[in-house]
Design a protein around this ligand. Structure first.
Ligand code: DMJ
Length: 575
């Protein structure tokens, strides 16, 4: 029973528009609305500064080098740390243009979108001798194309009036077919690398990552829905199932594995690099395709994360076999987690961890790639900030769920830092070292696909007004359509809305308060009491609070604490 209940809350945040739940929205004063408009326009201007410079100095190559006003053909470099097997004759795939398509729709620029589609349909080819990373090419290129195709051909024509047929889908299908040989392994887990023209190369490495094998289902599943060809979804699902079968008895996975043998290489993992989108895709695949199977996997995986990785509002890494902590590091990629927690309905925990990330952002001006929590210092070689979107993404989700103006302030601060530290005449440059703010000559395509998009949506969510979307890990929206659902989720049944609404008004929506976590976890570990899996500490050490959001979840009962009249958190109201 519990998973379904939990699932119901999941959809609340997707299905019901904020105005249904938040009567205060209608009371927003004019100054507030105009402030948000002002910020939206600022972000729009940032997007075009990045986009126009890309078009001027880099297109049709992959990404812009904003300092030297030149380009890099980086599709085959993504994830390729040692820059091995770089192609000789690859001249780019207009990666940044593809990544910008869904953002152009959200910004309402039909004309530019139309020009881009025309160019891509006449010029783009994937028949190139380039070895690319399957995961990166899937989330950026396939995801960018299928999302833009759906937006362009939306039956309501609410975004675009152009004469779009299947131009982008034809490209997407061609690419999807080129992915298929990667899955021809004894385990069904895909190779991390594939040559777009020739398939899997001789002596290709069999090492891949959890996110590389487990974050393909949204794009490949969508491609199957759009084309009617089940193969794409089938291979992605087979890989995901295999990966899940490799979990430990603690429901934890490692970070890297051998796709040929199905054995783990790196047993330590967390919620950051190499694993992050695996969790994200279980949850989002459940929302997009309505399969209980995804939910069951996510539910177990989420609880294991909260139990073994979480420490207060931070997340460390742990060994999948023992659950023992391995690395105490905060990484920039982890900042997507609060956004995922919003989809789960675990707002309290999301809020707490988001605060920590923002605190680090404020301290350095941006989020450093890796911060060593046990030494309280930056990682000596990972002091960079490559214009990543994760904090903006979580801020957008938390604002959607709470309408708390504080998140708008966070967004303003992010915008300010980006303009102050990363903006140059030729675009936006990555930061090489957050202690000196020395720049690096690279404007990553996700700056246009995600960073600008989430900031824009934070200040203006009208795009979400009458349809629900799941955003892929690269920020490309996919509509939640009942025809794609294996089973219509409860929250889609209109008659269920009233009761959900009443419940929501009565208390904060939190998965934890619904006791999805084990309630009686008072384990002993070498005489030391282990925290309950559901414990969420209060926001302030002295337990003072202004409202319920400042209170956590009681570790022994798994019940949500609330703020008393006197301003202290406690178990005053047992729901
Ligand atoms: C993006 O390419 C995606 O969000 C991916 O999942 C990991 N992070 C980068 C941006 O930081």
């Amino acid at each position: 029973m519990l998973p379904r209940e939990f699932g119901k809350w999941v959809f609340v945040f997707l299905v019901l528009s904020p105005t249904v739940f938040n009567p205060s929205v209608s009371g927003l004063d004019i100054r507030w609305a105009s402030k948000k408009r002002h910020m939206r326009e600022k972000v729009r201007e940032m997007f075009y500064h990045a986009y126009n410079n890309y078009l001027t100095y880099a297109f049709p190559h992959d990404e812009l080098k904003p300092l030297t006003k030149s380009f890099t053909d980086s599709l085959s470099e993504l994830g390729n740390l040692n820059l091995e097997h770089l192609p000789q004759d690859y001249t780019g795939s207009a990666l940044t243009l593809i990544e910008s398509l869904s953002s152009l729709v959200i910004l309402g620029n039909n004309t530019e979108f139309g020009r881009a589609v025309l160019w891509l349909s006449e010029n783009l080819t994937f028949d190139v001798d380039a070895r690319i990373n399957l995961f990166e090419c899937n989330i950026r290129v396939l995801g960018g194309l299928v999302s833009a195709h759906i937006l362009a051909t939306d039956s309501t024509n609410r975004f675009l009036q152009g004469n779009y047929k299947n131009q982008l889908l034809i490209l997407a299908e061609d690419l999807g077919q080129r992915f298929l040989p990667a899955f021809s392994t004894p385990t069904g887990l895909p190779y991390a690398w594939i040559n777009l023209k020739y398939g899997v190369m001789e002596n290709e490495t069999t090492e891949s990552s959890t996110s590389g094998c487990g974050s393909l289902i949204l794009e490949m599943g969508t491609l199957s829905q759009l084309t009617g060809d089940p193969r794409y979804e089938a291979v992605a699902l087979r890989a995901l199932r295999k990966l899940w079968s490799m979990r430990s008895s603690l429901n934890l996975l490692g970070t890297t594995l051998n796709v040929s043998t199905g054995e783990w290489i790196e047993y330590s993992s967390g919620i950051g690099a190499g694993v992050d989108s695996f969790y994200e895709y279980l949850m989002k695949a459940h929302i997009l395709f309505g399969k209980e199977e995804f939910w069951r996997m996510f539910h177990s995986a989420y609880l294991a994360v909260q139990k073994y990785f979480r420490h207060g509002s931070w997340y460390h890494e742990a060994d999948m076999r023992t659950g023992r902590a391995t690395y105490w590091q905060l990484t920039s990629l982890q900042a997507f987690w609060p956004g995922l927690q919003v989809l789960v309905g675990d707002i309290s925990a999301a809020n707490l961890s988001h605060r920590e990330f923002f605190h680090v952002w404020e301290r350095f001006g941006v989020l450093p790639e890796r911060y060593l929590l046990d030494y309280q210092m930056l990682h000596p070689t990972e002091k960079y900030y490559p214009l990543r979107p994760e904090l903006a993404e979580s801020t957008f989700y938390l604002y959607q769920a709470t309408k708390d103006p504080w998140y708008i302030k966070v967004g303003e601060s992010i915008v300010k830092s980006l303009n102050l530290y990363t903006r140059v005449e030729g675009g936006f440059a990555s930061i090489k070292d957050v202690t000196t703010m020395q720049l690096e000559d690279h404007q990553h395509s996700f700056f246009l696909a995600e960073t600008c998009k989430y900031l824009y949506l934070l200040f203006d969510d009208s795009f979400l007004a009458d349809r629900n979307y799941v955003f892929t890990t690269e920020g490309h929206p996919l509509p939640v359509l009942s025809s794609w659902q294996e089973k219509l989720p409860e929250a889609y049944i209109l008659s269920n809305w009233t009761s959900i609404k009443r419940e929501r008004q009565g208390r904060q929506a939190s998965a934890m308060s619904l006791q999805v976590c084990p309630a009686n976890l008072k384990l002993k570990d070498g005489g030391k009491q282990v925290e309950s899996a559901c414990h969420v500490p209060d926001a302030f050490a002295d337990h003072r609070c202004i409202n319920d959001d400042d209170c956590g979840v009681d570790s022994t009962t798994c019940r949500r604490r609330s703020c008393s009249m006197a301003g202290y958190c406690g178990l005053w109201l047992l729901i």
